[in-house]
Design a binder for this molecule. Structure first.
Ligand code: AMP
Ligand code: MG
Length: 403
């Protein structure tokens, strides 16, 4: 049986990156860059004033208060493009170009204008360079500002816009088919009859898959019959890069997912992981190349195993530089019990304490079926295999749940 870390490595190895495509900038958020982003100009493109005030020569105002003649105005988008001489000042606005000859900007609060606004009295001296951002100080033309493999966040949207990327090269979104197995399942718009429950896994899986950048196709609910399941998986594999099923992977009489995969001659990479919850997770490839994750049916196991494994595959396929959930460290707020044979991923809420440390509060929950308790979890606390308990106040590894 593989450890979680080994299983994640296998997933990354088997998840080949998808083709590139060019998208228009407004549709690029959340996509993964397939190209480096290069600055096409210096930023700022000119010496830029950081505040409203007066562009001056620091030398002229060394013995303040001092009066200077106002010779012009430089506004954002409408600069004053002459040479500033000794004894002169130019009224300047935030974001405007600093005229040649000026070496500093004194802020408007430390000055007042006289004589019909032709003269300014500066009340204090200025340091040379004050309130000026030099041309190219933020970035120089030709420098790489974002690397391929970066997910496009809102601030990266601004970077792309600033450097003229009206379209951008990104990896194609994976197409994911979600398929819930179980004779007991009815859909959300139905009232469950005797012994039935509503399918909820397809909704968490779809939502997490969309957060991971996938396009989701919902497949019809499937019972626990191998041949039907087999047909639906084969059919979905025609259109999907990844199929995510839930249920039917344990050792019960009606757990048909693995037999369907075997009938389909799928290559099975793993069918058990040393993980709690989520031990019977299956990862396979169908003969046509589609990947398949067979997640356990319990809704909490679904959220844990989807994010550890299927999410990693979806991000790796999109070329993400760091496809797996990132481990962080937190202070444990309450004692926690583990199991000897498997690594545990236990639901928790993260907060910070008054010292600014991240604190993990384990949730009280009734096990892997208790998805109502799990619904308020923001993270999972990792308890290593073989650790029976961790004391309150210890440092623990956590992963944040995507949201
Ligand atoms: P299984 O892995 O098929 O044995 O299912 C384990 C548990 O998860 C059972 O109690 C199922 O009823 C429940 N379960 C399976 N699939 C779903 C689903 N799609 N939505 C909600 N619960 C499910
Ligand atoms: Mg089942």
């Amino acid at each position: 049986m593989f450890s979680v870390a080994e299983a994640i490595q296998i997933v990354i190895q088997q998840s080949a990156t998808l083709a590139h495509e060019r998208v228009e900038l407004p549709h690029a958020r959340g996509r993964v860059l397939a190209q480096d982003v290069v600055a096409d100009s210096d930023l700022p493109p000119f010496n830029r004033s950081q505040m409203d005030g007066y562009a001056v020569r620091a030398d002229d105002v060394r013995y303040a208060p001092v009066r200077l003649r106002i010779v012009g105005e430089s506004a954002a988008g409408r600069g004053w493009h002459n040479q500033l001489e000794e004894g002169q000042a130019v009224r300047i606005m935030t974001g405007a170009p600093v005229p040649a000859g000026a070496d500093s900007v004194q802020q408007v609060e430390l000055a007042h204008e006289l004589k019909d606004r032709t003269v300014v009295e500066l009340l204090e001296s200025v340091e040379p360079g004050k309130a000026i951002v030099k041309r190219g100080a933020e970035i120089k033309a030709g420098e790489v500002v974002s690397n391929a493999g970066t997910t496009i966040t809102p601030p990266i949207m601004a970077v792309l816009a600033a450097f003229g990327y009206a379209t951008v090269d990104v990896f194609r979104r994976p197409r994911v088919g979600v398929l819930a197995t179980g004779t007991e399942l009815v859909s959300v718009d139905q009232k469950p009859g005797q012994d039935q429950i509503r399918d909820s896994n397809n909704y968490s899986i779809s939502a997490y898959a969309e957060l991971a950048g996938a396009v989701v196709e919902r497949l019809p609910l499937t019972g626990d019959e191998t041949s039907l399941l087999q047909r639906q998986i084969a059919d979905a594999a025609e259109r999907c890069d990844v199929i995510v099923t839930s249920g039917g992977v344990s050792m019960g009489v009606y757990d048909m997912t693995k037999s369907a995969l075997k009938e389909l001659a799928a290559e099975i990479f793993f069918e058990r992981v040393a993980l709690r919850p989520g031990k019977p997770t299956v990862f396979a490839r169908l003969p046509n190349g589609a990947l398949m994750f067979g997640l356990p049916g319990n809704p909490v196991s679904v959220s844990v195993t989807f994010n550890l494994f299927a999410r990693t595959a979806l991000l790796a396929m999109q070329g993400a530089a760091e496809p797996a959930l990132k481990r962080e460290t937190a202070l444990l707020a309450r004692e926690l019990k583990g199991t000897t044979d498997r690594e545990s991923y236990l639901p928790a809420q993260l907060t910070t304490n008054d010292d600014g440390q991240v604190v993990a509060f384990p949730l009280k929950w009734g096990g892997s079926s208790d998805f109502v308790a799990f619904a308020v979890a923001t993270a999972l606390i990792i308890v290593p295999a073989g650790v029976k308990s961790i004391k309150s106040g210890s440092l623990v590894s956590v992963v944040r749940l995507p949201n």
